[in-house]
Design a binder for this molecule. Structure first.
Ligand code: C5P
Length: 226
């Protein structure tokens, strides 16, 4: 089977991450959580106390960062400069800084190769904002997953509580809307569906229903070869 890429894009909290893990597990594919890479870059800038409004200063910090992921039975653990930062990259300060840092063209360029290097046989499920448009424009399947900001805030709240982090749903919804606006209106790789993406509104769908839908497209496109 030739290497195969499935791009799953969409706004924060649309369920891309859970869907990507489920599809990758089912197919035995590798996985790229590109949001985690932007969060690691933002955390590096915050740790170094650089002014995140300065693209040049953020770039200088990121050029020095060393990141890697360790894959366990169920979880993938992100490391920044040798330290497990799974919790820190999920907090709202880092999320917000990530969406600022992600709007800088030089940062996106710096992080492009790192993301493309995740592509290994037999295939990759890549989740993010620009997987189908910029990082893997030749992906065989492109999914754009959407849901209302209210539903997404509620899902994020549940996730954070599960990780032992606290947050209010109203604050989360507000943060999500600010980040969405920044992601959609930036000049490079804005959050938009690729022209050949399958757009799915999953506001009223369970994860399993979205999974079945995505798998049905994979079978169609690959003539039952996966
Ligand atoms: O998906 P997640 O919420 O972890 O992403 C954090 C931030 O990183 C997003 O708000 C977005 O600004 C940025 N991002 C991006 N491009 C990607 C993935 C994430 O700009 N491919």
């Amino acid at each position: 089977m030739e290497p195969y890429i499935i791009a799953i894009d969409g706004p924060s909290g649309s369920g891309k991450g859970s869907l990507a893990v489920k599809v990758a597990t089912q197919l035995g594919f590798h996985i790229l959580d590109s949001g985690a890479i932007y969060r690691l870059a933002a955390l590096k800038a915050l740790n170094e106390k650089v002014d995140i409004q300065s693209e040049q200063d953020v770039l200088a910090a990121i050029e020095q960062m060393k990141i890697h992921f360790e894959t366990g039975d169920e979880l993938t653990t992100p490391f920044l400069d040798g330290v497990d930062v799974s919790l820190q990259i999920r907090d709202e300060e880092t999320a917000s800084a990530a969406s600022v840092v992600a709007a800088y063209p030089s940062i996106r360029q710096q992080l492009l190769n790192i993301q493309q290097n995740f592509f290994q046989p037999p295939g990759l499920v890549a989740d993010g904002r620009d997987m189908g448009t910029t990082v893997f424009p030749d992906a065989k399947i492109k999914i754009f997953l959407n849901a209302s900001s209210e539903i997404r805030a509620k899902r994020r709240h549940k996730q954070l509580i599960g990780m032992g982090l606290s947050a209010s749903i109203a604050d989360l919804q507000n943060d999500i809307e600010i980040r969405d606006e920044r992601d959609r209106t930036r000049s490079v790789s804005p959050l938009v569906p690729a022209s050949d993406a399958i757009v799915v509104d999953c506001s009223m769908m369970e994860l399993n229903q979205v999974f079945e839908l995505v798998m049905s497209h994979i079978v169609d496109v690959n003539n039952n070869q996966v």
